[in-house]
Design a protein around this ligand. Sequence first.
Ligand SMILES: NC(=O)c1ccc[n+]([C@@H]2O[C@H](COP(=O)([O-])OP(=O)(O)OC[C@H]3O[C@@H](n4cnc5c(N)ncnc54)[C@H](O)[C@@H]3O)[C@@H](O)[C@H]2O)c1
Length: 305
Amino acid sequence: MDKVLITGGAGFIGGHLADFFLADGCKVSILDNFSSSSRDSVRKEVKIIEWDIRNTVKPGFFEGADAVFHFAADPDVRRNAENAKSCFENNVAGTLNVLEACGKAGVKGFVFASTTSVYGNAGENPASEETAPAPISNYASSKLAGEEYCASFSKKYGIKTSVVRMANIIGERSTHGVIFDFYRKLKSNPKRMEILGDGRQTKSYLHISDCISAIFLVFKKQNKEFERFNVGSGKSTSVDELAHLVAKEMWANPEFLHTGGEAGWAGDVARTSIDVGKLERLGWKQKVSLNDGVQKYVSWLKENA
Ligand SMILES: NC(=O)c1ccc[n+]([C@@H]2O[C@H](COP(=O)([O-])OP(=O)(O)OC[C@H]3O[C@@H](n4cnc5c(N)ncnc54)[C@H](O)[C@@H]3O)[C@@H](O)[C@H]2O)c1
């Protein structure tokens, strides 16, 4: 593979993906509107297309790309709960615009960034790719809609499409999510920390390096016209346990205060456990433990946030 284009390539996961492909010797272009990222974070070898995918996307952007990784989105569950229309425009209409352009440009490979939150309260634990989705947030609904458009476009244009349903991805350069939130709270007050919900919510967390290896493996190895893969750790961890890990890394011993309730916020899925057997059967293995992942991430935050 010579040339890849990553939408949202200035963001957390897209940025790591860009680094991975550069190291692999590919020519990398990113398409981003820098709404939640900055040009300064983009390496100079990367070609930048500054564009907002809520507007019609030009097929010319994708000409010559062997594959497109569509990672641009508004990933904030809480913000999207407040503004369903903006969620739709960025995550559904934006995806449609990207797919239309890819189809017209003759792109042959496509990877779509989805989420395990599409399972919502499906009630099947662990949830496999066969589990019927039951989203409980605008964000999860928008990603599921995006997946379905990927399915129809892969058929119409013969684009080999992989959907990666990612769990909570943690690691260097992430400036959102629960660990980032804990870090900021403890930095401003190491004696007390508020935890949203009852702390017993359980989720799957995965370090960014394992996430990138999974995305690449899925892209390389899956040969069907359209397939979905869970990407995460097979283990679930409680929010309380995670809070203790972060506090330990910051040498803090705070009093933990819970806001109460099963879920932390509207649209928060209280119990997530996912089956990653399909990914493992491709040959993927998690390499970074949760403890090591938290340690790496918190060290980075100490230096950079
Ligand atoms: N981080 C996670 O834990 C996680 C988990 C599951 C799925 N995902 C999905 O993975 C993708 C990347 O997530 P992330 O954590 O790197 O997010 P991020 O916010 O760091 O990156 C998203 C990027 O998309 C860009 N963007 C947003 N709206 C855009 C628009 N309208 N036009 C062009 N660019 C736009 C932003 O500027 C940013 O650079 C998203 O699709 C997200 O929904 C993330």
